[in-house]
Design a protein around this ligand. Sequence first.
Ligand code: FMN
Length: 391
Amino acid sequence: MKSLKGMHVLMGVTGGIAAYKSAELCRLLKKSGATVQIVMSEAACQFITPLTLEALSGRPVAVQMFGRTQGALEHIDMPTEADLMLIAPATADYLARCATGRASDLISSVTLAFAGPVIAAPAMNTNMYTNPATRRNLETLRHYHGWHFVEPTSGELACGTVGQGRMASPQDIMAEVLAFTHRDLAQKKIVITAGPTVEDIDPVRYISNRSSGKTGYALAKRAQLRGADVVLISGPVSLAPPSNCQIIHVRSALEMEAAVLAHCDDADAVVMCAAVADYRPASKADEKIKKPQLNQIQLVPNPDILAGLGEKYRNASTPKLIGFALETENLKQNATAKLQQKGADVIVSNLAADALEGDMTKVTIFESNGDFQETGIITKAELADLILNLI
Ligand SMILES: Cc1cc2nc3c(=O)[nH]c(=O)nc-3n(C[C@H](O)[C@H](O)[C@H](O)COP(=O)(O)O)c2cc1C
């Protein structure tokens, strides 16, 4: 069981409705062994009292720049002592202050003076969240300051509108903090493919499949949180790319193969999660094909990218090759055969009958040494961690 034992977390609370959830988050941080110093914006005190957070953290809560809770230089001392800053909730205004380097109140001064990792959980009305100014501030913080965000979820917000902006649950924020602080994949480069490929027939038609890309994106997110250097090669999907990954958008199997080959030589692992189309039209017509000619399309097989890598790295110890297989029968027999045929180290296999829509999945993970584990029904994020544990 992961814990935060020995860690000192500087937890910031800013002025949004979700501030009430910070009490539970503080409790979870303490329970996992961290010491917690809370700093609140003045606006946050309108939503939850410092007394509540003081009782839960066991330390005086700092609010005012000139309030001297712990000494004259607390805006410098508090960040120096901390291993991690966690801001939950993070308001639009606080993010704007940080993106522009302001130090106009205690919480923004402390953030500016903090040199370690910052994890923030934004929470706000959907229009505020999607406003270009907020998007720009988030991008600035992500790219120039290396912040990590626990993305807000979608649902009904306190203001009555429905959309993205609701702060992630304290449990989900805690899971991200735990993953972030256990950077067991630091120094590892992991190439992950995700989503379907799209094989164009003519300017308006194509062959593809219904892969959502969710498992590959969950893998990229967890790998990045665990410290890996992630290259995510994605077919067309409607998912937001995880932060701090190198993302390469491709369309066809041939494009995906080229991108994989360009990035795998120095990789520690390649996880082939994408649902690559088996066939593509021999050529793409420049003009829309007339209906009577449609049944004459010539199909040619796409490359088996995983098998190609298996061949290329036959005698090498890296990259570790991990493939996925969907079967309708004989799971073990087929997966064992695929491990050999494709030269893979791991095959993650599931039965079509168990293929679950949405965020859940149920698979069996087969390794080339004969080991295997059946997962039962788990989230795709949990599956991602099981796979990454093998790297
Ligand atoms: C009832 C109420 C709820 C609010 N909820 C949010 C919110 O969820 N997210 C947000 O960014 N701002 C919210 N605001 C606006 C912030 O409180 C305001 O921008 C404030 O200046 C933020 O200060 P801070 O960033 O120092 O905490 C809310 C305001 C009110 C009155």
